[in-house]
Design a protein around this ligand. Structure first.
Ligand SMILES: *Cc1c(COP(=O)(O)O)cnc(C)c1O
Length: 412
């Protein structure tokens, strides 16, 4: 048993009373008694969402029928919500569009970017990238006849060369929460005349982003994590203005056409970011996403990221004092970490299951990572305290050894 002093529950509650963001919690429909530490995987339900989706179903669809494409703003939803997300990530209006899934958008941007300089032979990425991103990069490389070079994080910068057609990286590591510095890597790529396709899935809403200032040219990101857009929410795609006219989507669908309703037999790509649309947007899901994005836009984001760092520090301090068997694998440097904190333990799966049985919801990532989302919009310092308290008890009393916690479920 550690004798180290650690903050008390009362001290955590005092931090909540002083928290300028505390009122935002009421904007989410969180079940009573649940400590939700998985908002980095599936954000919770905003209170507004059922109302707005119900209105979209019964009034816009039910009464408006097809006229709602014009009258309820359905047709502009990908660009309208894209512009709202642009405001969250330091992009300009007209540089972001909401469409498809993150995986599909990544494919579109890799295929498009690879054609900028056909003399280049290689796509570069890092070994710890999110598996779906590795699969997509591999598949795209194969159909382009390029090789996929996969290196360790430390070797990335030295691996960039005049043969690099593009680099694809996820800014925030889904396991450790390690955050790449965007500006430095974009500059390193630009030195060799190439560019990075960033995946911002674990970044948007979780860490400060300034794509314009950091000279990012291409990015994709997810709508259902820190943006609280709902399960399977549409994703977004960013292309810097100066590059848009030089890129074409590998999926030339009618929504990416200059004039979809001209029903022209020949394809002509839309002038701007809209050329990356493919088919009809899923309007009900778009409206749910827009509601999540709207609630993120109302928040003072500087205060949000400050609170994120404080929640992280409290979690790390309590876990270090009370759970000595857990090894924190997230960076200590606030500039390198992000919206989740992760711990390695040989029995991380069982530990997470035992926590879920106590209404403390985190997740497990193979092979040995227990991961906890830090989402300052609705998390309280008290929640962090209670979560580590439950963790400490599960570890000290070896509750995780109970056989039901070893049963593997489809989604971890
Ligand atoms: C969540 C996530 C995705 C999700 O991709 P989908 O196509 O929506 O399933 C992709 N990449 C990263 C890095 C993610 O974290």
């Amino acid at each position: 048993m550690s004798a180290a002093a650690y903050p008390s529950l009362e001290q955590a509650r005092a931090l909540d009373r002083a928290d300028p963001l505390a009122r935002h919690r009421a904007a989410f429909s969180l079940p009573e008694g649940v400590v939700y530490l998985d908002g980095n995987s599936l954000g919770p339900l905003p209170v507004e969402t059922p109302k707005r989706v119900a209105d979209a179903v019964s009034r816009q669809w039910g009464e408006g029928l097809v006229t709602s494409w014009n009258d309820a703003g359905w047709i502009d939803a990908p660009q309208r919500i894209g512009d709202k997300i642009a405001g969250l990530i330091g992009a300009a209006p007209g540089e972001v569009v909401v469409t498809d899934s993150t995986s599909v958008n990544l494919y579109k941007l890799i295929m498009a970017a690879a054609h900028i300089d056909p003399a280049r032979t290689e796509i570069l990425t890092e070994a710890g990238n999110f598996p779906s991103d590795l699969y997509v990069a591999n598949g795209a490389a194969r159909s382009l006849g390029l090789s996929l070079r996969v290196v360790e994080r430390d070797a990335l910068i030295d691996a960039i060369s005049s043969a690099t057609a593009l680099i694809t990286l996820t800014q925030v590591d889904y396991r450790s929460g390690y955050r790449h510095g965007m500006a430095a890597l974009n500059a390193a790529a630009a030195e060799h005349g190439t560019r990075i396709v960033w995946d911002l899935s674990h970044s948007v809403g979780a860490v400060p982003l300034d794509l314009g200032k950091d000279r990012a040219e291409l990015a994709v990101g997810c709508g259902y994590k820190h943006l609280n857009g709902g399960p399977g929410a549409p994703a977004f795609l960013y292309v810097a203005k100066h590059l848009q006219a030089r890129l074409s989507s590998p999926i030339a669908g009618w929504f990416g056409h200059m004039a979809p309703f001209a029903f022209d037999g020949a394809y002509q790509a839309a002038a701007g970011i809209s050329r990356f649309l493919a088919g009809t947007p899923p309007i009900l899901s778009m409206i749910a996403l827009e509601t999540g994005v709207d609630s993120m836009r109302q928040v003072d984001r500087r205060a949000l990221f400050e609170k994120s760092a404080q929640l992280f520090d409290l979690f790390a301090e309590l876990a270090a004092a009370r759970c000595p068997d857990l090894r924190c694998i997230s960076p200590g440097d606030p500039a390198r970490r992000s919206g989740h904190i992760s711990f390695a333990h040989a029995n991380a799966y069982e530990i997470v299951q035992a926590l879920i049985a106590r209404n403390v919801i985190g997740d497990f990532r193979t092979p040995d990572v227990a991961r906890f989302g830090i989402t300052p919009l609705y998390l309280r310092f008290e929640d962090v305290w209670l979560a580590v308290d439950a963790l400490a008890e599960i570890l000290e009393r070896e509750i995780w050894r109970e056989p039901q916690y070893a049963v593997r479920r489809a989604v971890t």
